[in-house]
Design a protein around this ligand. Structure first.
Ligand code: SF4
Length: 241
């Protein structure tokens, strides 16, 4: 069952994109993905990255789709959604334990970015392909972040809250759970398909889940209520919040 929450419904969520949000491409994030280890991009590499950003931007066709599903319960490391789908992650279950709904969503940059990366790589321009790949990853992640934060802002505007978001393959949520998330998304998969290796096609896509908390009268920000990173020993995690 997919439904609205207060004055916010799934149609509101899906109309956020593609018209309103465009990926913001951050040079430091690209440097991080390229393994610059805290150093900033400079010289000829910065020039090449900047040139590629302009090129990749022209090929982006951002799309987003989302569904809102009631959360039945969160026990023993499982989030059980209405209609019986189970998401197996202890940290996600903890994050959603006070949530009444889960927002399951997917964003993508579309097929052209993938095709351009492949074309450059196959033509022997491996470094160009590598740079475009890093730009695509940063852009897809930024799109997911914008959708998440924009939705949380809208939830806050109607007196509700949103939790941190989680994606299959990150934190303690296995990539093999991608199939379950796609089954929850149903027809709302933004044109993204799932390869049997759990990879998404187009590759520059992000699927994720976060919770909606209806009662935030305690005044505690749901982000603060549970942040798994606070007590996590994985110091080198690139997804640390
Ligand atoms: S640092 Fe945060 S995102 Fe990374 S593994 Fe730990 S809890 Fe998960």
């Amino acid at each position: 069952m997919y439904m609205g929450v207060g004055s916010l419904d799934v149609n509101d969520l899906t109309t956020v994109l593609p018209g309103d949000l465009r990926p913001v491409i951050d040079l430091d994030e690209i440097a991080r993905i390229m393994g610059a280890n805290g150093r900033r991009l400079r010289g000829s590499i910065l020039h090449e990255v900047t040139r590629s950003i302009t090129h990749v931007k022209k090929m982006m066709a951002p799309q987003c789709e989302a569904v809102i599903v009631p959360v039945e319960n969160c026990k023993r490391g499982l989030v059980v959604l209405a209609q019986g789908a189970e998401l197996a992650s202890r940290k996600l279950a903890k994050a959603l334990r006070d949530a009444q709904y889960a927002v399951c969503f997917i964003v993508t940059l579309g097929e052209e970015v993938d095709a351009a990366i492949k074309k450059h790589t196959l033509a022997g321009n491996v470094f160009s392909g590598y740079i475009m790949d890093a730009i695509g990853s940063a852009a897809a992640e930024n799109l997911a972040e914008q959708f998440h934060m924009e939705t949380v802002k809208r939830l806050n505007g109607i007196g509700k809250g949103g939790t941190h978001r989680f994606s299959p393959g990150y934190c303690d949520w296995p990539i093999t759970e991608q199939g379950t998330l796609f089954s929850v998304l149903g027809e709302k998969h933004a044109g993204v398909s799932l390869h049997n290796s759990s990879l998404m096609i187009p590759r520059k896509s992000v699927s994720a889940v976060f919770g909606i908390i209806e009662d935030v009268s305690s005044g505690i920000d749901p982000f603060e209520r549970y942040n798994p990173c606070r007590n996590c020993g994985k110091k080198d995690c690139v997804s640390r919040r």
